[in-house]
Design a protein around this ligand. Sequence first.
Ligand SMILES: [Zn+2]
Ligand SMILES: [Zn+2]
Length: 255
Amino acid sequence: MEILALTRACWRWLLDALAPRLGCLCCGKPSPKSGLCAACLAELSAFLPEDTLCPVCGEPGDGAPCPHCAARRPAFTAARGLFAYEGAARRLILAMKYEGEYDIPAEFFAWRFKSFLAQANWEVDAVVPVPSRLAHLLKTGYNQAAIPAKRLASALSLPFWPHALRRPGLGKSQVPLTRAQRLENARGAFLPGTQAKKLKGRRVLLIDDVLTTGATANACAEVLLALGASSVHVLCAARSLLQGDRPSDHEQTLV
Ligand SMILES: [Zn+2]
Ligand SMILES: [Zn+2]
């Protein structure tokens, strides 16, 4: 309990040092000079419970392999989104992805990725972010997955290879698509990048912001394995749930 309190105190100090600001980045409520208020931090204190997730793709359920993984094992060894893509986690990701407010979210998620890895049994050698769509890069000027990925790699003293993969063309957003459409859209979307030769024999940790069907993660993993990576684990800030076969309404508003 004391360790938890100390960790929170350290985190709050770090936020204060990083970003003196008036309101909480998630909810906008007045927050003493820090990026996140106590209520939002508390909401983000626990990961999705591991014993309820598909052990392969991390889809919430009863802890057994989900029907998709049971029918066909993905190329990646395992994938996890730390939080449900809603509430404070969603607002933090949107700020990081679209609003240029990436410093606090990136630091926060890098810290939580590191916490997750400390308790997970994943063996990884190098960190690779999922490349952004060109349309997103042109709009925002940065890859929202690469920023926390770079900080995580630095914290773990692991090599960081943002150019192991590339995403040619403008790329079509996965957001409004069904599961089947996502699989089709992701196929062929990724190609070897300029750092692809480094991958041989490496156990890759692939980082993205939101995990939905795993179609993007799977497409990346297929290319990474074809380039010689020995395994691919996927870690995302949040897990989004498809409602039926369609993305939930809040996702569609992001298009
Ligand atoms: Zn808040
Ligand atoms: Zn699964």
